[in-house]
Design a protein around this ligand. Structure first.
Ligand code: ZN
Length: 399
């Protein structure tokens, strides 16, 4: 084993892996800051950083003079150290991409395939495209951290499988992770699309928000929780399923899950489209609803504002329980902007205690439709660069 690897995985804390964690989380990105936060001497910090610099895992910029301060060199991850393979399975298309460690997309391919085709045809396409894309960017399998997969279904993250009722019935309990690892010869991680959108939106735009809550309001409704930079999944990966919380409402509408009065049945894209059809408009999905909104249809505006208040009802409970500092609403319906979130804000401010809403920020999402695939890449990057894994990761890439 290379001398650096031995030190990287040395149990004497804080080692190079811990210093890397400080740099990645941006808690400390200069030598003086690392000395201060880690409590290590200048010589020890220099020695450990040299290890990371020599293997090419981090870069140090030329000294710059911050206004009024001493010149500082900034330490950051070398984003071209390795790559990830990422895939995002949607209901009718699957995207596959190779990313650097930014993550930024280096090459990508979109395949039109229905999620109802089942696991083998779709995973087969992902493996085939993945190999072709890695060839295109000229990376060897040893330089690939792993494959991350985003799925539009409840996912048992630990077990690497889809569980329970979803649009992916044939996938129930199929060993997705095992299949990908065997086929591609690299580690695989899977999660549901909302958790990964939450992770990507947080890391790119709100890295300092310690208690972050993301809502996907599209044809369906779901949410993801990122606390202190990590996705909070709960006991089995089912946390954040706000779409099927039920409220007693007069004439509670039937949900597609079979229960009455779910948040989805009152505020999701499919439910708004259902109500608009009774008024003579056409449409089935959140996209159809947005098309009506773009034409300035008053009935559509009114129905979206109502949906915003329903979201606000459930988010008021979320705020009372979790006390997030930032709530971001994404998904297709969030393109309605203030039409949607004005009502959401109103309900949260009306129902929550002053301390819970002090400093609470509520925004619409800034990510585009690549949030799922970038989140899948981030999942792999985080797993491979954590202090307990970094020794094995470097040994594999550097050899
Ligand atoms: Zn439901």
């Amino acid at each position: 084993m290379h001398i650096f690897m031995q030190k990287l995985i040395s149990p004497n804390a804080p080692g190079s892996g811990q210093l890397l964690a400080l740099i990645l989380s941006r808690q400390a990105t200069t030598r003086p800051d690392i000395e201060r936060v880690s409590g290590l001497s200048r010589a020890t910090v220099a020695h450990r950083l040299d290890e990371l610099l020599e293997i090419g895992l981090i870069d140090e910029t030329a000294a710059r003079q911050p206004s009024g301060g001493r010149p500082a060199r900034i330490l950051k991850l070398n984003e071209s150290f390795a790559v990830t393979l990422a895939a995002d399975i949607g209901e009718s298309v699957t995207r596959v991409a190779v990313t650097d460690l930014g993550p930024r997309i280096l090459a990508e391919q979109t395949v039109a395939i229905d999620v109802g085709s089942g696991p083998l045809p779709i995973l087969g396409e992902i493996a085939r495209c993945g190999r072709a894309l890695l060839k295109r960017v000229g990376r060897k399998p040893s330089q690939v951290f792993g494959v991350g997969l985003s799925l539009p279904a409840p996912v048992d993250h630990e077990g690497g499988r889809v569980v329970g009722p979803s649009v992916m019935r044939q996938w129930d309990n199929f060993d997705i992770r095992g299949w990908l690892e065997k086929s591609l010869g690299i580690d695989a991680l899977i999660d549901n699309d909302v958790n990964l959108m939450a992770l990507s939106e947080h890391r790119r735009f709100y890295p300092n928000a310690d208690h972050f809550f993301f809502v996907k309001a599209g044809t369906g409704i779901g949410s993801g929780i990122v606390t202190r930079g990590q996705v909070y999944r709960g006991g089995r990966g089912a946390s954040g399923d706000i779409g099927h919380i039920q409220f007693d409402a007069p004439k509670a509408p039937l949900c597609r899950c079979g229960k009455l009065g779910c948040v989805e049945a009152r505020a999701a894209g499919w439910a708004i489209a259902r109500d608009l059809r009774t008024l003579g408009f056409e449409g089935q999905t959140a996209r159809d609803v947005m098309a009506l909104l773009d034409r300035g249809t008053p009935e559509c505006i009114r129905r979206i504002r109502e949906a915003g208040r329903v979201l606000g009802e459930v988010l008021a409970d979320v705020v009372s329980i979790l006390n997030p500092t930032t709530i971001v609403i994404g998904g297709t319906l969030s393109q309605a902007g203030e039409h949607l979130i004005a009502g959401t804000r109103e309900m949260i401010y009306q129902r929550c205690l002053p301390l819970a809403i002090e400093g609470l920020a509520i925004h619409t999402a800034r990510s585009d439709d690549r949030a799922g695939i970038l989140g899948a890449a981030q999942l792999v990057i985080d797993a491979k660069l954590q202090p307990s894994a970094i020794g094995a990761t470097v040994a594999r890439v550097v050899g």
